[in-house]
Design a binder for this molecule. Sequence first.
Ligand code: AMP
Ligand code: MG
Length: 316
Amino acid sequence: MSENKVDTLITSSPFEAAKILLEGGIVVFPTETVYGIGASAFDFKACKKIYEVKNRPSDNPLILHVENLSSLKACGNVSEKAELVFQNFSPGPITGIFTKRNQDLFTAGLNTVALRIPSNSTAQFFLSFCDVPVAAPSANLSGKPSLTKIEYILEEFSGKVDCILKGEEPKIGIESTVIDFSSEPPVLLRPGFVDRNDLLTILPDLQGLETLAESSKIEAPRSPGLKYRHYAPICKVVLKNSLKNAPNDAAQIGFHTNSDSVFAMSVSSNEEYMRSLYAFFVECDRKGIKEAWCEIPKDGNGKEALINRISKAASK
Ligand code: AMP
Ligand code: MG
């Protein structure tokens, strides 16, 4: 991580934040999924600074954020099939991987590019003022939970980035669904809020990474980020069918939390679970909790994404 302390401008003006980005600065901004830490995708030096601040492995590429579908199509080679998916689920929490159309974009040396159109109103204003694709991974230290609240962002990134843009807080709470459209058939690389079953109605040939790995025995991961541990707090995380037998000194999140638990976050839907999960992890570490029990999500939308994030946080 960079040792140099930076002057951080904290602003509610997307215009001011865009100016800083266009001068080569790093800007943390909200999206509907989680906060992002962004730089101009044409400014390789600024993009590399993101890796330093996050302590991110240099082979893990960044998602580029654009304002609308026409900007997206200028960056990547978008098939008709992919366009249909973006027309249905975007602006929103969905990312496509495409072969690169504009060779001047930063993609960590890959010939593919990850692209997304966020729906968050602050992100939309910011991107329209930037008028360049903004490379932005989640705003968190590499491996740690993504951050979903401005108070955590101010604590973690003040003095490390050039600007923090305040505005509409993330409503979804976990990272985007990622689909690889760079070869046929398309592959779901990372589950998210946009659910596999909804995608299948538009993309009936969508593959899961599991089936692909079995059928073609590919060695190299399709998405470099998949090989790293992610989303993990310091405390031990466990995924459980029931919270009934949780010790009182373990934190709990789920639908049936115990009232005598030292710290419990109760949720009533998978959507609320997604929105709360990372704040739960952050609070567990703030409170010095040793073990966090997570109840298995309900069947239906969000289950796959939640199990994916909790399992990654639980893996050592
Ligand atoms: P995050 O950094 O949390 O926003 O996550 C970005 C995810 O997108 C990581 O898992 C990256 O590995 C993945 N990603 C970004 N660009 C590409 C690409 N060109 N090909 C495959 N995966 C990508
Ligand atoms: Mg991340």
